[in-house]
Design a binder for this molecule. Structure first.
Ligand code: ZN
Length: 255
């Protein structure tokens, strides 16, 4: 126990303590662009993005500076296209750590040709129907209830349950078929993903290919060509990054 130097207690009975509270208040802001993003969400139920005038990258949520060019982005506008599931998982606990009655699906929702994304709940009638690349739209609270918080979004819901919806049996059969999937296709996809090639522009393509290959669905001739084209791009990228002497022609896949 530390006491002021000049004050020494001779007897323990002289010790006193008080219990009270000191009011402290903290205010955090979402930042200039962050506030505009929240305001647009609250007032118009739309997502605001920022576009860089130099590299033409678009970011969600809106932000003040381009992460690549370090310049201010003054061009902001609401996004007008649906999101898609980039990645998702199931969790069995809520935010307080308590077990939930049924698994909650959480996903990263991205938008084509837009950097960044929104992590939120995914709400599908049949959670097994959720797949990577699936198009989703936000389900929002009523205007009068919205406060400009990310919880103004209740969840993202699939906007079409068309071809990506597969039955449980179908899914199982697909997964079994995945075992016999052409190895070259898999390793090609793997090499694209491992190459560090910036896939931002081709993200939609890659994610739908990844989804198909993951399920073991055969690629169409067109998709196969696309995969090989991306494979070539990734290989070029890798060559540019590493010195060409490190990569023998035999080490790369023949396309
Ligand atoms: Zn930029």
């Amino acid at each position: 126990m530390r006491l002021p130097i000049l004050e020494k207690l001779a007897q323990l009975g002289q010790a006193r303590h008080w219990t009270d509270s000191i009011p402290l208040e903290f205010h955090y802001t979402a930042g200039v662009a962050g506030e505009e993003f929240r305001r647009e969400l609250r007032d118009n139920g739309r997502f605001l993005v920022s576009k860089c005038s130099k590299c033409k990258s678009t970011y969600i949520p809106a932000r003040m500076y381009c992460a690549d060019c370090f310049i201010e982005m003054k061009d902001q506008f609401p996004i007008d296209k649906p999101g898609y599931v980039y990645s998702f998982t199931f969790v069995n606990k809520d935010r307080s750590g308590s077990d939930t009655d049924s698994p909650i699906t959480v996903g990263l929702v991205k938008f084509e040709d837009v950097k960044g994304g929104i992590v939120h709940l995914l709400d599908a009638e049949d959670p097994d129907s959720i797949s990577i690349g699936m198009k989703v739209a936000p389900s929002l609270k009523n205007l009068s209830e919205r406060t400009g918080a990310i919880t103004d979004i209740l969840a993202f819901k699939p906007i079409s349950t068309g071809p990506s919806k597969i039955s449980v049996e179908g899914g199982r059969a697909d997964r079994q078929a995945a075992g016999s999937m052409d190895d070259q296709t898999r390793s090609l996809l793997h090499s694209i993903e491992e190459s560090g090639y910036p896939i931002e522009e081709d993200e939609m393509t890659i994610s739908s290919l990844r989804s198909k290959i993951g399920k073991g669905e055969p690629l169409s001739r067109e998709e196969d060509r696309l995969l090989h084209r991306l494979g070539d791009k990734a290989r070029e990228w890798r060559k540019a990054v590493k010195s060409s002497s490190e990569t023998e022609p035999g080490d790369t896949l023949s396309g």
